[in-house]
Design a protein around this ligand. Structure first.
Ligand code: CA
Length: 222
């Protein structure tokens, strides 16, 4: 899961990035409003955390632009402004939650999880492609009746493919969602993990589910 934080207090961003990375999230930081807007509209995130009072461009304007661009990514406001009017403004223009500073990291983490759960019920219900099933809650994977053991990275990769079943996902999309932003996009890491996944998911079965689209990426489908 990839998260964007637009926040100008550098110390706070470092603290949040470290904490969220320890919880296995991939985190990008924008220290001003224009960078925040650019990243929010040009990169793919699962969640955006926005400060309201940001240099160059404020968080409410960023959210308006993001929603006007048709981007439905859940947004949590993180701000020192605590008046009722600000909260109402934020929620009215499409924020999903609102946290007032100072806050505890554990509260933020709980709100992030709740927000991600609400934003995609896919994330809590079983994913199925042909006789392959993946349960995001129990983290169990079956091909027919055969239980398949996956490493955490293979599980994330398969979950991403199955969430996009029938659609081609590029190596860049995979690296953005499954690995962190320091990922070397010219490396063959994606291919290596796909090969490992295939050996577990497809090798012993007549019906192959993971397909290579030459020059484009991968797709999982019957
Ligand atoms: Ca600020």
């Amino acid at each position: 899961m990839r998260i964007l934080i637009a926040e100008d207090e550098e110390k706070l961003t470092k603290y949040l990035k470290k904490g969220l990375e320890e919880s296995s999230y991939v985190v990008d930081i924008a220290l001003n409003g224009m960078d925040g807007l650019h990243l929010a509209t040009h990169e793919a995130y699962d969640l955006i955390i926005l400060d309201i009072m940001l240099p160059e461009y404020d968080g409410l304007s960023i959210l308006k632009d993001v929603r006007n661009a048709g981007i439905k990514t859940p947004v949590i406001f993180l701000t020192a402004k605590d008046s009722i009017a600000d909260r109402v403004d934020g929620l009215n223009i499409g924020a999903d939650d609102y946290i007032v500073k100072p806050f505890s990291f554990h509260e933020l983490l709980a709100r992030i999880r709740a927000c991600l759960r609400r934003s995609s019920h896919k994330a809590t219900s079983e994913l199925t492609v042909a006789d392959l099933t993946l349960d995001p809650m129990t983290r169990k994977v079956f091909r027919g009746k055969k239980k398949i053991e996956l490493s955490p990275i293979e599980f994330s990769l398969l979950e991403y493919l199955m969430n996009n079943a029938g659609q081609v996902v590029t190596r860049t999309m995979i690296s953005e969602h499954v690995w962190d932003s320091n990922f070397e996009s010219f490396s063959n890491v994606v291919d290596v993990h796909i090969a490992k996944l295939r050996s577990k998911i497809d090798r012993d079965f007549d019906l192959k589910l993971i397909h290579t689209k030459r020059g484009a990426g991968y797709v999982i489908e019957e």
